[in-house]
Design a protein around this ligand. Structure first.
Ligand code: C5P
Length: 218
């Protein structure tokens, strides 16, 4: 039998990464944060002064990424880039290069390699539609743009980083629009994905929802 996959897709700051990592922990499964691969490509491109529309060079950078996922740390060419990856700039850069078909194709094998026994929980935009279309369970995890921007605002303030709520809401809406409107692997709820709206529920309930549906799908 194929190694099981739980695919969790959804927009920025919906909490899908937190939920996916906790589900993976509870099940003892591997975890793929596919957004980190797009962020890494954007950060590596910036370090090498490659333009965000140079598709061929960007795809080569994606293929050549020398990356190590070491717990909470992500190393690029041996350097800890975890903080740089979480910045808004890296997220915006990632969403710009993510529209390029060659970049997406270059990252495909790397994502498939995460599918290892006993199972995988993968989060992103196209986990259920493109990367793991045979996933045992597909969840579309979302929340209202207002709630997502509030959450991001709180996170930044807690880290001591100054932020403006209206700007964050605008950035999120721009990013949603770019992710949903692109022709390659757009962000959308697939017919076979179960909707999980976390606007009014907390992380623990969201994790239980996924686990319960996984049991039902088995
Ligand atoms: O999930 P995260 O916010 O880290 O993703 C950053 C950007 O990478 C997204 O806005 C999206 O454009 C892109 N992405 C993607 N496909 C994925 C994961 C992320 O296009 N599977």
């Amino acid at each position: 039998m194929a190694i099981p996959v739980i695919a969790i897709d959804g927009p920025s700051a919906s909490g899908k990464g937190t939920v996916a990592a906790l589900v993976a922990q509870k099940l003892g499964y591997h975890y793929l944060d596919s957004g980190a691969l797009y962020r890494l490509t954007a950060v590596a491109a910036q370090l090498q002064n490659v333009a965000v529309d140079d598709e061929t060079s960007l795809a080569q950078i994606a293929l050549d990424l020398d990356v190590v996922f070491a717990g909470q740390q992500i190393l690029l060419d041996g350097n800890d880039v975890s903080d740089a990856l979480r910045s808004e700039a890296a997220g915006v850069g990632a969403s710009k290069i993510a529209v390029l078909a060659k970049v997406r194709a270059a990252l495909l094998d790397r994502q498939h390699a995460f599918r290892q026994a006993p199972g995988l929980v993968a989060d992103g935009r196209d986990m259920g539609s493109v990367v793991f279309p045979d996933a045992q369970l597909k969840i579309f995890l979302t929340a209202s743009a207002e709630e997502r921007s509030q959450r991001r605002y709180k996170q930044l303030i807690e880290k001591g980083i100054s932020a403006n709520l209206a700007d964050l809401l605008n950035d999120l809406r721009d990013r949603d629009a770019r992710d949903s409107a692109r022709t390659v692997a757009p962000l959308r709820q697939e017919d076979d994905a179960i909707l999980l709206d976390t606007t009014e529920i907390g992380i623990a309930d969201a994790v239980n929802f996924v686990l319960k549906n996984y049991e039902l799908a088995a």
